[in-house]
Ligand binder design. Structure first.
Ligand code: PEP
Length: 241
C-alpha cells in the first residue's frame, strides 16, 4: 500500500520561538494516525535542532528544505546530509520551483541533491511542475516528463517522494482541479519503475480542498506552503478523513 504523506513547507518563515509556539498548538490539535499516514514539517535550518528535540520519536517527522551534494567542503551557505541526519531530519525538499526560479536550480543540480539525500539516508521530496505559460502552450506533459527523467537519473525509487506542484498554483490561491492534479500525478507514476512511490500534490492546498484532493486515486498526500504556517489550520489538513 502507498504511504500518505502530508508535508508542510514553511519556506523562510518562523524563528525558533515561533516554531516552538507552532508545535505546542499543532501537537494538541493533531489526531493520532496509524502508520499509513506520515506528517512532515519542513522547517528552516535554524529551527531543526530545537524541533527535533521536541518531536523525537513522535508521529511528526522533520524535513529540511535543501541539501548540498558534497559531504563537506568550501561551499559557503550550504548544508550537508550528515548535518541534517545528526539532527534527526528524515525528509528534504529538492528542486522546489522557488529554488529553480530564484537560485538557478536545474534538473541536474536537483539530481545531485537527490542522490546526496539518499546516500545520507534521507528521503528526498522531488518537486516538479509546469509554469502557466508552459501549461497554456500545451507543454505540461513534456515538461513534467523531462523533469522526472533528468532529475531522477540513478535515483533509488524505493526511497523518494515526488510532489506535483504546478507553479501557477503555488501561493496563488488558484488550486489545480483535483481531477486534473490526479491526471498529472498518474502521468508521473507512468514514468516510474516503482509504481508505489508516494506522489503528492502541492499548490494552494487548504483545509477546504484537502478532502477533495485526497479522494483522488493517484494522489498520495500534499505538500503545503502557506496553509502549513497556521498550526490549527495545518492540523485540520493533517487530520483529513
Ligand atoms: C509550496 O511552496 O510548496 C506550496 C505548495 O505553496 P502553497 O501551498 O502556498 O501554494
Amino acid at each position: 500500500m502507498r504511504k500518505i504523506i502530508i508535508a508542510g513547507n514553511w519556506k523562510m518563515h518562523k524563528t525558533q520561538a515561533e516554531a516552538l509556539e507552532f508545535l505546542q498548538i499543532f501537537k494538541s490539535k493533531l489526531e493520532d494516525t496509524d502508520d499509513s499516514r506520515e506528517i512532515v514539517l519542513c522547517a528552516p535550518f535554524t529551527s531543526l535542532s530545537i524541533m527535533s528535540q521536541i518531536l523525537h520519536g513522535g508521529q511528526v517527522r522533520l524535513g529540511a528544505q535543501n541539501i548540498h551534494w558534497e559531504k563537506l567542503g568550501a561551499y559557503t551557505g550550504e548544508i550537508s546530509g550528515s548535518m541534517l541526519t545528526e539532527l534527526g531530519v528524515h525528509y528534504v525538499i529538492v528542486g522546489h520551483s522557488e529554488r529553480r526560479q530564484y537560485f538557478s536550480e536545474t534538473d541536474e543540480t536537483a539530481n545531485l541533491r537527490l542522490l546526496s539525500a539518499q546516500r545520507s539516508g534521507l528521503t528526498p521530496i522531488l518537486c516538479v511542475g509546469e509554469s502557466k505559460s508552459q501549461r497554456d502552450a500545451g507543454e505540461t506533459e513534456s515538461v513534467i516528463i523531462n523533469q522526472i527523467k533528468r532529475g531522477m537519473v540513478d535515483v533509488d525509487q524505493n526511497n523518494i517522494v515526488i510532489a506535483y506542484e504546478p507553479i501557477w498554483a503555488i501561493g496563488t490561491g488558484a488550486t489545480c482541479e483535483a481531477s486534473e492534479a490526479n491526471r498529472v500525478v498518474g502521468l508521473i507514476r507512468q514514468q516510474l519503475n516503482n509504481k508505489d512511490v508516494p506522489i503528492q500534490y502541492g499548490g494552494s492546498v487548504k483545509a477546504d480542498n484537502i478532502d477533495e484532493l485526497m479522494q483522488e486515486s493517484e494522489i498520495d498526500g500534499v505538500l503545503v506552503g502557506g496553509a502549513s504556517l497556521d498550526p490549527a489550520g495545518f492540523a485540520r489538513i493533517a487530520n483529513f478523513k
